[in-house]
Design a protein around this ligand. Structure first.
Ligand SMILES: Nc1nc2c(c(=O)[nH]1)N[C@H]1C(S)=C(S)[C@@H](COP(=O)(O)OP(=O)(O)OC[C@H]3O[C@@H](n4cnc5c(=O)[nH]c(N)nc54)[C@H](O)[C@@H]3O)O[C@H]1N2
Ligand SMILES: Nc1nc2c(c(=O)[nH]1)N[C@H]1C(S)=C(S)[C@@H](COP(=O)(O)OP(=O)(O)OC[C@H]3O[C@@H](n4cnc5c(=O)[nH]c(N)nc54)[C@H](O)[C@@H]3O)O[C@H]1N2
Ligand code: SF4
Ligand SMILES: [Mo]
Length: 738
């Protein structure tokens, strides 16, 4: 046996960035534990960390480029794979135009340093308007909000959880997700600390979640009605004169464009949304809404935060806007214990476009782009509807749209009929089974890591460089190398300027990869001052970070305004007219003749929402035996009264039907869900033919996105509606124990 060695690195599986201590013998992983010396996570890890070992050892993981042939998948060389791919793309673009190639970027790209830095070059080489990503089934409202208010799509403030004493949380379940747009390892401890210092946590959720059970109080809310609750809270602030005049609100007033006028506009907009009027629609009484508002306004350090449950619903962007207004009106933005901006050591904001809106629209549904992306809910129709401008090919990078985007069955059909599909992924998932070529990058333990994205969204400023645990095996490629190799071939023969730019890029970066860029970002970042000049060895640099394998602490969040504003006039632009225009839709849906849900959805008796589990990660960790063993987790949560009323007993198979289709799964009767609401986790349903997944989970579960509705959008942002899907249920005869 070889000598045991210790390696330190950060986990890349979710947003919490936990520090790991990995014992290994040079080829095998012996154990993965939490790193007590990591200044951010301080020893915490969750059960998913061990999946890094499972992914590394997984025989189903692809290690060579694959070409689909009549005789099945054939291994080919990297050179062949790159050349074939580039040729196919060039031919399709020559025949059908540049927009005939679509790209879909999945979630793991943002957990991959090389992908973050180099995928823009591939996109640039393709130059297609059909650019899609998981953003529009996730945080698009947050990005649009930050673009409009602060002038940059990624200037997203986060809750200062460690110093707040009143945490109002809507549509988030960090006890299962470990926090999102709020990187906060060991969230349960951080939440417990709020209560220990005499503070309160209030959770608003149609489910009494793992987080809700840790909270001071929980309010069941009708899915999709948060905008009403938030409007009523703001109405109460005005009606009861609860808007404080203090240093915090004065500072915000001074840096907000047309503050007085906007403040009066808001008052007029919200006037009719009284707590009494919205109580029945939300399921929260008028008295509770008023109390909540008073408590929020009077707490010393309060913050209101909303995540997936309020972003991926019919009023995603309006909800995020109203949450921000609540924070701004009560002086919580940029204040200790409130919503604060971060100061990451390597700041990518300068390198990322600030954003733009509605420069062009999708062909079929005329949906506006945001910052060069169209909503993924329109991707399948752009592939299926005939006509000039139809998508003919897809490059799917670290994504699984068949399981992750609305109406997966339609997506499945759309991918099947493409002329060409390339997947860059180390698994053959439900989407990639339709690929012609699959290019597998190395696994997460074979690459260096610096978290460019989640340090931007972390509740404390820290920095850490993780060296790869294992050397990249010969004849394998990093994601970023794949992107550059393809970009090089696609740029060939283009204008002199384009060819020159890619040659220069290749010269500098094909060898150094992300490291050179990372070093520049660190040396030019906000912590350069305390460490000396650009070339000084004391400067915060990559070398300096490498010498600190546990990472370094850069302190708590501190006020960043007005410096963090990107609008030229250095003010916050509330843009009330743009956001409040959506109130018309609120009125139509809640008081008019429109259906309770947007899109083609017809009235149905139940509203369906999702859920996450600590041992799942979207659609792709279900081949790790240790994470999937035990009881089937892909169950239908239903309230006991609803079960009784519909003749459903525990474990009974239930057919859940929406306008998009039907799925069948076992019932789990629980009073942790609101009456009239059902819940199914996403990412399951691996039964489709042709995928590589050898654990029993191959046959477990169904995909909720087979019944979500691609036409249901948060119209203001284009984000998909994944929570609050109208469905009906039927109890089936067969009875199986769960
Ligand atoms: N109904 C419903 N649907 C949802 C959600 C929901 O709450 N409810 N959540 C949504 C959200 S928030 C998200 S982010 C999306 C996620 O949706 P997607 O991003 O489309 O899918 P993932 O399940 O994350 O699949 C990731 C794929 O990337 C591959 N992969 C992992 N690491 C790497 C890598 O380093 N490089 C490459 N090239 N590939 C890699 C994995 O093998 C896997 O096949 O799902 C969304 N869909
Ligand atoms: N273990 C695990 N961790 C993960 C992931 C994972 O799949 N598994 N995925 C990662 C990713 S990509 C992301 S984006 C984050 C997401 O992290 P979170 O935003 O914390 O996501 P969820 O756990 O889905 O929590 C959403 C909550 O919204 C509630 N909800 C649904 N509809 C409504 C509504 O209309 N109103 C209100 N108020 N609440 C509603 C749901 O019941 C649920 O409790 O998690 C990340 N971390
Ligand atoms: S919470 Fe779990 S999955 Fe997320 S970073 Fe930490 S160990 Fe990894
Ligand atoms: Mo996500």
């Amino acid at each position: 046996m070889k000598a045991e060695q210790t390696h330190y690195q950060s986990c890349v599986l979710c947003e919490a960035m936990c520090g790991l201590v990995i014992q290994h013998d040079g080829t095998k992983i012996l154990s993965i534990k939490g790193d007590k010396n990591d200044p951010f996570s301080q020893g915490y890890i969750c059960p998913k960390a061990m999946a890094l070992k499972d992914i590394y050892e997984d025989d189903d993981r692809i290690k060579h480029p694959l070409l689909k042939t009549d005789r099945g998948w054939q291994e080919i060389s990297w050179q062949q794979a790159f050349d074939k791919t580039a040729l196919a793309i060039k031919q399709i673009q020559a025949e059908y135009g540049q927009d005939a190639i679509a790209t879909y970027l999945g979630n793991p790209n943002v957990h991959n340093t090389g992908s973050m830095l180099f995928v823009p070059w591939l996109l640039k080489a393709l130059h297609s308007k059909n650019s899609y990503s998981a953003t529009s089934v996730d945080q698009l409202p947050h990005q649009m909000l930050s673009y409009f208010l602060f002038g940059h799509q990624l200037q997203i403030p986060v809750p200062d959880i460690d110093r707040c004493d009143f945490f109002l949380m809507l549509g988030a379940n960090p006890a299962a997700s470990n926090g999102s747009l709020m990187s906060a390892p060991n969230i349960k401890k951080r939440l417990a600390a709020i209560k220990d210092r005499g503070g309160k946590i209030i959770v608003i959720d149609p489910r009494k979640t793992e987080t809700a059970s840790l909270a001071s109080s929980h309010h069941f809310i009708q899915p999709g009605s948060d905008a009403l609750l938030l409007l009523a809270m703001i109405q109460t602030l005005y009606a009861e004169n609860l808007i404080p005049i203090n240093a915090a609100t004065k500072k915000l007033a001074a840096i907000t464009l047309n503050w007085e006028q906007e403040r009066d506009n808001i008052k007029t907009y919200v006037e009719t949304y009284t707590p009494e009027r919205v109580a029945d629609k939300t399921g929260i009484s008028a008295d509770e809404i008023k109390h909540l508002t008073r408590d929020f306004a009077s707490a010393q350090h309060a913050v209101c935060y909303g995540r997936m449950g309020v972003s991926t619903q019919q009023f995603g962007l309006l909800c995020q806007y109203l949450i921000m207004l609540l924070n701004i009106l009560t002086g919580r933005l940029d204040q200790q214990g409130g919503m604060m901006f971060t100061r990451p050591a390597a700041n990518i904001l300068k390198a990322v476009p600030k954003g733009h809106f509605d420069r062009y629209r999708s062909r079929v549904r005329q949906r506006p782009e945001f910052s060069g992306e169209l909503p993924v809910a329109v991707m399948a129709e752009e592939m299926l509807v005939e006509g000039s401008g139809k998508i003919k090919a897809l490059i799917n990078i670290a994504g699984n749209p068949v399981l992750s985007t609305p109406n997966g069955q339609q997506m499945d059909k759309a991918l099947e009929q493409l002329d060409f599909m390339l997947a860059i992924d180390f698994y053959i998932n439900e989407s990639n089974r339709h690929a012609n070529i699959i290019l597998p990058p190395v696994s997460p333990l074979e690459r260096d890591h610096y978290d460019l994205v989640f340090n931007l969204l972390a509740v404390r400023n820290t920095a850490k460089f993780s060296k790869a645990l294992f050397k990249k095996p010969q004849n394998t490629q990093h994601d970023w190398q794949i992107f550059l190799q393809l970009a090089k071939r696609l740029f060939k023969g283009r204008t002199w300027r384009e060819s020159a730019s890619i040659k220069l890029l290749m010269m500098f970066f094909l060898k150094s990869g992300p490291k050179l860029l990372l070093d520049i970002l660190l040396r030019t970042g906000p912590y350069s001052h305390f460490l000396g000049s650009f070339f000084s060895s004391k400067h915060l640099s990559l070398a300096r970070l490498k010498a600190q394998p546990h990472g370094i602490d850069l302190g708590e969040l501190s006020p960043c305004l007005p410096q963090a504003l990107w609008h030229e006039d250095k003010t916050i632009h509330l843009n009330t007219a743009f956001f409040m225009a959506d109130l018309q839709r609120v009125d139509d849906i809640f008081w008019g003749s429109a259906n309770a849900n947007s899109g083609k959805t017809k009235q149905k008796p139940f509203l369906l929402i999702g859920r996450r589990h600590i041992r799942s990660n979207n659609s792709w960790l279900h081949n790790s035996l240790r994470l999937v063993k035990g009881r089937n987790r892909c169950t239908l949560h239903i309230h006991p009264d609803d079960a009784l009323h519909n003749g459903i007993t525990s474990g009974q198979t239930v057919k859940v039907t929406s306008v998009s289709g039907a799925i069948e799964l076992p019932a789990q009767i629980t009073n942790t869900i609101k009456r009239g609401v059902l819940s199914i986790p996403h990412g399951w349903g691996h039964h489709r033919e042709g995928i590589f997944l050898s654990t029993a989970s191959r046959h477990a579960g169904v995909s909720i996105n087979d019944i979500s509705d691609e036409t249901a959008l948060d119209v203001l942002s284009g984000n998909a509606v994944l929570n609050g899907i109208a469905v009906s249920i039927t109890a089936l005869k067969n009875h199986e124990e769960t």
